[in-house]
Design a protein around this ligand. Structure first.
Ligand code: SAM
Length: 483
C-alpha cells in the first residue's frame, strides 16, 4: 500500500504505485493537453516571495519522461534550462571524490570492490596518506570533497571515517583548505549519522543503486547491503541523526530507467513529506566498466539522449535540488547535461585509493580504481572549458558554513536571494582559484569573466563589497570571504 509518509521502504517506494505510474505515463504520453498543463505547472513563476517553482509529482514527471514526441522533448529541454537559469544561473560547483578504502564486505555484482574480487589490491589510506591526498587536492584548487569508502566494519569502521574527516578539515596547505566534506558511505545507524553530523559533514550521499526490490536483492546477494529496507530507509535515519542535507541517486544501467526515475521522485517526495525538506542533491551515475565487472551482463544501459532526458525531467520535477554528475561521463555528455540541469561536477578525479598524491596530471594509477574515468582532464582544463562554454565554475561552500542547510537553503532558493549571495560567492571563490592555482590562460579567461559578471550582482552595496573583497583576494592575499 503506497503511503508517502510511511517510514517503511516498501510503502513509500510502493512497487504497485511505481507500476501504476508507468501505466499512467504510457496511457498519457501522447496527451498534448495534459503535457502542456504539466509543463505550465512546472514553469517558474514570479510571486511576492521571488521566483518559485511548483515542481512535479512522480506521475506528472513520468508522463514527460515517457513522451517521445521530439517537439515535446524540445519543450522539456527548454523548460529545464529556464528552471536551471532561475535558480543556479550559470554557476557550476566543483568537487572531487577522495577514495579512502576499497575494503568491502558486500557482494554488489556491479562493483569491483565486491569482496570476491581478487584482482584488485585492497588498500586503506593511513592518516598520513589522507594528509598527502588532501594536500594534492588542495594544490589542484579543490575546496569540496566527496569521501568514498567500501563497507567494512573491521577495516573502515565509523571511527576510521571520522578520523579521516578530522584530518581532512585540519590541513591548511599554503592557501588551501577543504571547506566541505560530503560523505558517500554505506547505510548506517542513527547514532553513526549523528557522529557524522558532529564531525561537520556537508551532504550525506547514498545511492539507492536500484529501487526495484527484487533486482536489488539479486544485485546485492550478500553482505549488509543485501537488506533493501535498511538501505532504502537510510536517509530517514540520517535525518533523524540531524543531517539535513542528504543526496539521493540511482545507478542507471542496473534496472529499467523509467521505474528508477519514478521511484527516485517518490523518495524525494517522501523526504519532503516526512522531514519538510527534499534531497539537497540528486546524482545520476551510469554504470561503467570496472575490474571483474562485465558490462555485457547488464542489459538496462541507457543512451546519451535518454540520459539527457532524465536529467531534464529531474530538473523540472525537483527544481531546487543540486544535480551532480561525475567523471564517469565524457566531456560531450557532460556538456549536454550541464545545460539541462546539472549544477555540480567533479574535475581532475581519481577513483583509486591514493590516486592523487605523487602522480602528475597525466599519470593515473589503475590498480585500485573503482571504475573507468571517462573525462580525464585536469581541474584546470575543466575550469577553463566551463568558462569557454559560458559557465562560472564555483568553489563556494558558503551555505553550509553559514548554517543554510536543509529548509533554510531551500528558502534562500525560493526568495531569489541567489543573485546577491551565490553569484558573488561563486566569483570570489573562482578568484581564489585563479590567483592560487590556475594556468595563465585559465587565469586570463577567468579574470575577464569576473570583471563582467560582478556587475550582475543586483544589490549595489553587496556589489561594492564583493568588488573590495575581490581586490583583497588578488592583492592582499586574503581568503575565504563569503556572504
Ligand atoms: N560503499 C558505499 C555504498 O555501499 O553505498 C558507497 C561508496 S561506492 C564507492 C559509491 C558508488 O559507486 C556506489 O554507490 C555505486 O553506485 C557506484 N558504483 C559502483 N560500481 C560502479 C560501476 N561499475 N560503475 C559506476 N559506478 C559504480
Amino acid at each position: 500500500m503506497y503511503d508517502v509518509k510511511s517510514l517503511k521502504a516498501e510503502e513509500f517506494i510502493s512497487d504497485e504505485e511505481v507500476l501504476e505510474t508507468l501505466r499512467y505515463a504510457d496511457e498519457h504520453k501522447n496527451d498534448r493537453k495534459l503535457i502542456d498543463e504539466i509543463l505550465e505547472k512546472a514553469r517558474p513563476k514570479k510571486t511576492g516571495r521571488g521566483v518559485e517553482c511548483a515542481g512535479l509529482s512522480h506521475r506528472e514527471a513520468s508522463v514527460l519522461l515517457a513522451c517521445e514526441d521530439p517537439e515535446v522533448i524540445e519543450k522539456v529541454y527548454a523548460l529545464a534550462r529556464e528552471i536551471k537559469e532561475a535558480f543556479y544561473g550559470d554557476r557550476i560547483v566543483m568537487f572531487a571524490p577522495l577514495y579512502l578504502s576499497n575494503y568491502c564486505v558486500n557482494k554488489c555484482v556491479y562493483c569491483p570492490y565486491h569482496y570476491q574480487n581478487k584482482d584488485i589490491p585492497r588498500k586503506k589510506l593511513t592518516q598520513d596518506e589522507v594528509r598527502d591526498e588532501v594536500i594534492a587536492l588542495q594544490d589542484m584548487g579543490h575546496k569540496r570533497l566527496a569521501i568514498e569508502a567500501g563497507e567494512d566494519p573491521v577495516n573502515n569502521p565509523i571511527e576510521y571515517i571520522l578520523d579521516c574527516i578530522k584530518t581532512i578539515y585540519s590541513i591548511k596547505h599554503k592557501n588551501g583548505a577543504i571547506r566541505r566534506v560530503n560523505v558517500n558511505i554505506a547505510a548506517t545507524t542513527v547514532e553513526n549519522y549523528r557522529k557524522l553530523r558532529e564531525a561537520g559533514i556537508g551532504t550525506y550521499i547514498l545511492f539507492q543503486e536500484t529501487y526495484h526490490k527484487e533486482s536489488y536483492e539479486v544485485l546485492h546477494p550478500a553482505g549488509p547491503k543485501h537488506n533493501y529496507a535498511y538501505h532504502t530507509e537510510a536517509m530517514d535515519r540520517a535525518m533523524e541523526g540531524g543531517i539535513d542535507d542528504v543526496g539521493l541517486g540511482v545507478l542507471f544501467g542496473l534496472d529499467k530507467y523509467r521505474y528508477e526515475f519514478a521511484a527516485l521522485l517518490m523518495h524525494a517526495e517522501h523526504l519532503e513529506a516526512v522531514h519538510g525538506v527534499g534531497p539537497h542533491t540528486i546524482s545520476v551515475p551510469r554504470l561503467r566498466r570496472a575490474s571483474d565487472i562485465d558490462l555485457d551482463s547488464f542489459d538496462n544501459g541507457i543512451d546519451d539522449d535518454t540520459f539527457a532526458k532524465i536529467v531534464a525531467c529531474i530538473r523540472i520535477a525537483v527544481p531546487y535540488t543540486g544535480m551532480i554528475i561525475s567523471t564517469r561521463e565524457s566531456e560531450a555528455c557532460r556538456e549536454k547535461v550541464i545545460g539541462l540541469g546539472v549544477s555540480q561536477i567533479s574535475g581532475g578525479s581519481r577513483t583509486s585509493v591514493g590516486g592523487y598524491a605523487g602522480y602528475t596530471p597525466d599519470e593515473r594509477p589503475h590498480d585500485t580504481e573503482q571504475f573507468d574515468v571517462s573525462d580525464q582532464r585536469s581541474l584546470d582544463e575543466v575550469v577553463k572549458w566551463l568558462m569557454d562554454l559560458g559557465y562560472i565554475p564555483s568553489f563556494c561552500t558558503a551555505c553550509y558554513r553559514e548554517g543554510r542547510t536543509g529548509d533554510r537553503f531551500m528558502a534562500l532558493c525560493k526568495v531569489g536571494q541567489i543573485q546577491n549571495c551565490c553569484h558573488p560567492n561563486a566569483l570570489m571563490t573562482l578568484q581564489e582559484y585563479l590567483t592560487d592555482y590556475a594556468s595563465p590562460e585559465t587565469k586570463a579567461v577567468g579574470e575577464a569573466l569576473i570583471a563582467r559578471e560582478i556587475q550582475n550582482v543586483p544589490d549595489e552595496k553587496r556589489r561594492a563589497r564583493a568588488i573590495e573583497y575581490l581586490d583583497e583576494i588578488k592583492n592582499d592575499g586574503k581568503r575565504d570571504f563569503r556572504f
